[in-house]
Design a protein around this ligand. Structure first.
Ligand code: SF4
Length: 329
């Protein structure tokens, strides 16, 4: 990783300990920007070698990194990661990959689902990072894809991304055991997704991955019920049809639908990170939902959820026949 990063002309500083001295003597936005543009190569803690289920996406979560250099004003990481938003990438990749075979055949999320058991034991690599967004620096995602290709086992790696730099993945010996999904929102909502690839480029990246034999899918997330959402998402689905209609018709375009939500904690963090954002984090049109651990999330209220869900189910069936909705949340 260090060699890759230095070859890109990026300054690498070797620290004498595991403390990262980020200067705080700047204003809040300066501190945020400094943290977002800092990547630390660290050893994953032992807890990362004990995999957790990640419903409804996959049987298991495999973390290659925590943090992301992009600037989405709804980012779920704001509520789940503590401290300044630096990106920590894990150097002990062999150790992380080495524990995965212990989990083969043991899933209780997708493996337990009548409609998804055919995917084999599934591993999600995008829980606390965007693995493609940093792969040019780490190579970790590429290594994992190749490793899944070599395992003669009924397993699947999954990753979702708001980036488009798939070129290094196209020639990997993936053997169809990695499903890439593009995380999409309409171009009208690009203001909420700073620092990511334009949505049209993400779609063409998916096309190239499909042409390279990868299974692919859409993660439409987070679905935002802002003014004009029907036209915006209708246009997005039409664009998907134009680029991937034939893949959908072949019956192997999956769709994951995730509505926007936030916790009181993530709202506080996001409002401090993105004070100028017009993303609605108010309570009108929302209801509280408790997770099984008792934490509060603000999700859309029942009428809004109902309208969104009906819209997507109807439009996807009409515009992308053959596509398969994996879940709605
Ligand atoms: S790309 Fe994903 S992980 Fe990165 S800032 Fe945006 S929402 Fe967060």
């Amino acid at each position: 990783m260090v060699e890759r990063i230095e070859a890109l002309g990026i300054v690498v500083e070797r620290l004498p300990s595991d403390r990262l001295p980020l200067e705080r003597d700047v204003d809040a936005s300066g501190f945020y920007a400094r943290a977002k543009s800092t990547l630390a190569i660290v050893v994953a803690p032992p807890s990362k070698l004990k995999l957790q289920p990640i419903a409804p996406s996959a049987d298991w979560r495999v973390d290659l990194a925590e943090g992301c250099p992009a600037h989405c004003s709804y980012c779920y990481l704001a509520g789940s990661l503590k401290g300044p938003p630096i990106t920590r990438v894990y150097a002990n990749l062999d150790e992380i990959i080495g524990v995965l075979p212990d989990y083969f055949g043991r899933g209780a999320v997708t493996s337990a689902s009548a409609t998804r058991a055919g995917e084999g034991t599934t591993f999600e690599a995008s829980c606390y990072t965007d693995p493609l967004g940093i792969d040019h620096l780490t190579g970790s995602l590429s290594s994992l894809i190749e490793r899944f290709g070599r395992w003669e086992a009924d397993v699947q790696l999954r990753f979702t991304t708001k980036f488009a730099a798939v070129e290094p993945l196209l020639d990997l010996d993936h053997r169809g055991r990695t499903r890439m999904r593009a995380s999409l929102n309409p171009a009208e909502f690009a203001r909420f997704e700073g620092g990511t690839s334009p949505v049209g480029e993400r779609l063409h990246a998916l096309r190239r991955m499909a042409d390279a034999g990868y299974p692919i899918g859409l993660t439409i997330a987070p679905i935002i019920a802002a003014d004009g959402w029907r036209d915006a998402y209708g246009g997005l689905i039409s664009n998907v049809f134009a680029v991937l209609g034939d893949v959908a018709a072949r019956g192997d375009l999956t769709v994951e639908l995730i509505t926007h939500r936030f916790s009181p904690g993530s709202k506080t963090v996001l409002e401090s990170w993105y004070p100028g954002s017009d993303l609605d984090l108010g309570e009108i049109g929302r209801r509280e939902k408790r997770t099984r651990f008792g934490a509060v999330k603000h999700v859309y209220d029942a009428p809004t959820m109902g309208a969104l869900r009906r819209f997507f189910e109807t439009e996807l069936a009409a515009e992308l026949p053959g596509s398969r909705i994996l879940y709605w949340t």
